[in-house]
Design a protein around this ligand. Structure first.
Ligand SMILES: *Cc1c(COP(=O)(O)O)cnc(C)c1O
Length: 241
């Protein structure tokens, strides 16, 4: 927080609402873990705060949320400059925004091509801590067509090698969004296979970022280590994002 620049705080009502929503989300994660025979400590909640004000991020941090996600470079930059949490970039990333994202994010979930690896590495080389990179995998829909955004499973090994060999970057694992209209349990099972194959080659790449407000349970059932939750925590977004 910047001195002489008092940060807006969430109203008492908003704070109470976030507290209640957080309890519900934590309960859902615990229930999904129960069903899957997993320990809730294995699942990190990433609060996706896109379009919501910094006061909400501060309130969530006060409530114990340690990991926060954004999907736009401008919003990440504005919020991360002021608030100390682990910052995740979860959106599509253009190479010309890579420098800024590499500066403000701790983790990038959406690495999907070599040119982005090169741009992120160039921006982060020499930093104290490496930028943790997840490979975004394009899962196929129920008709077998690969989704837009992400690299197809066959492309994962080459991209993993590029990240693993890049100065300033660290290979963390995989990320995916369930295709629209697809059965999320089937899609996330495909991701689990890709994640297992990746771990066989890169034992440190243990993260599986999967699950949003609508498909958290299916994701946890398929081994998600990070769930990215927006609406269930913060409410309906004020504008498309
Ligand atoms: C917005 C967003 C989320 C959160 O989605 P909700 O449905 O609001 O929980 C998760 N992942 C990505 C990549 C997003 O853009």
């Amino acid at each position: 927080m910047t001195a002489g620049h008092p940060a807006a705080e969430a109203t008492r009502e908003r704070f109470a609402q976030l507290e209640a929503n957080l309890a519900v989300v934590r309960r859902s994660i615990a229930d999904a873990c129960d069903k899957a025979g997993r320990d809730p400590a294995e699942v990190t909640l990433v609060a996706v705060t896109k379009t919501f004000p910094e006061s909400d991020v501060r309130a969530l941090a006060k409530l114990g949320v340690t990991d926060v996600g954004e999907n736009r470079e401008s919003e990440l930059k504005r919020k991360a400059a002021d608030i100390e949490v682990t910052w995740h970039f979860v959106g599509q990333l253009q190479s010309n925004k890579a420098r800024s994202v590499a500066r403000y994010a701790d983790v990038v979930h959406s690495v999907d091509r070599d040119s982005l690896v090169v741009a992120l590495a160039k921006a982060r080389a020499g930093a104290d801590t490496p930028l943790r990179c997840l490979i975004q995998v394009a899962l196929s829909d129920d008709a077998g067509r690969p989704q837009r955004g992400g690299v197809v499973p066959e492309g994962v090994p080459a991209l993993a090698a590029a990240i693993g060999g890049a100065d300033g970057l660290e290979l963390g694992g995989v990320m995916a969004v369930a295709p629209l209209g697809a059965d999320p349990a089937r899609a996330f099972a495909e991701l689990a296979d890709v994640a297992a194959a990746l771990r066989a080659e890169h034992p440190g790449a243990t993260w599986v970022s999967a699950g949003m407000s609508g498909d958290l349970e299916a994701a946890v059932g398929c081994g998600a280590t990070h769930v990215r939750i927006g609406r269930a925590l913060l409410g309906t977004r004020p504008r498309a994002g």
